[in-house]
Ligand binder design. Structure first.
Ligand code: DC
Length: 207
């Protein structure tokens, strides 16, 4: 079974995906980490995030051990990521890896922006998470503060709003919900409640 989880930044995709992966015994791919790892390579090489040729070369040279670096979560990396994620050739360069990961038996959980629409339109389970921007900014600020990184919530909210607009407005694989997605608003839900709601949805589909 392929479980596709999409939604905007800090809606709770990663936490939900990890819990579902542990529950079903599937591997989990945080596809945002792929795009973030490309951004990190570019920043370290002193290249601009909209340098398409450099970004494609970085995407083609990625290795899976780069996906675990905590630096990928830095806000600077996140900002650069949403710029290069709009480049169609970068998305194309990362597609085969994601599809191979998803197609490996017995199943997989992938989270991102276009999993249910572009990467795995055949996924048996599609979840689209949403949450108010202010609540998402509060969560992201807490996540950074817990890691000892100073964070200003108002600045993060502005960043999230800009990123939402870029992720939704780009012409290739924009953030959008699949017609057959289960839409879950996590504004008022803690991670446990969101997990339970998705498990109930999966159980109802199996009947
Ligand atoms: O989910 P995240 O915050 O790690 O994503 C970082 C950026 O990467 C975000 O601006 C959107 C982009 N992204 C994407 O375009 N497609 C994906 N499948 C995953 C992430």
């Amino acid at each position: 079974m392929i479980i596709a989880i999409d939604g905007p930044a800090a809606a709770g995709k990663g936490t939900l995906a990890r819990r579902l992966a542990a529950h079903f015994g599937y591997p989990h791919l945080d596809t945002g980490a792929l795009y973030r790892a490309v951004a990190r390579r570019l920043l370290e090489a002193g290249r601009a995030p909209d340098d398409a040729a450099a970004a494609v070369a970085a995407a083609e040279a990625l290795s899976s051990d780069e996906l675990a670096s905590p630096r990928l979560r830095d806000e600077e990396v996140g900002r650069a990521t949403s710029v290069l994620a709009a480049i169609p050739a970068v998305r194309a360069a990362l597609l085969a890896f994601q599809r191979r990961f998803a197609a490996t038996p017995p199943g997989a959980v992938l989270d991102g922006r276009d999993i249910g629409t572009v990467v795995c339109p055949e996924a048996e389970v599609k979840v689209f998470l949403v949450a108010d921007a202010a609540e998402r900014a509060r969560r992201r600020a807490k996540e950074l503060q817990d890691r000892g990184v100073p964070a200003i919530e108002a600045r993060i909210l502005q960043d999230i709003q800009e990123r939402d607009a870029r992720d939704s407005g780009r012409s290739t694989a924009p953030l959008s919900q699949a017609e057959d997605a289960f839409v879950l608003d996590t504004t008022q839900l803690d991670p446990e409640a969101a997990f339970r709601a998705v498990l109930a949805h999966i159980a109802s589909r199996a009947r």
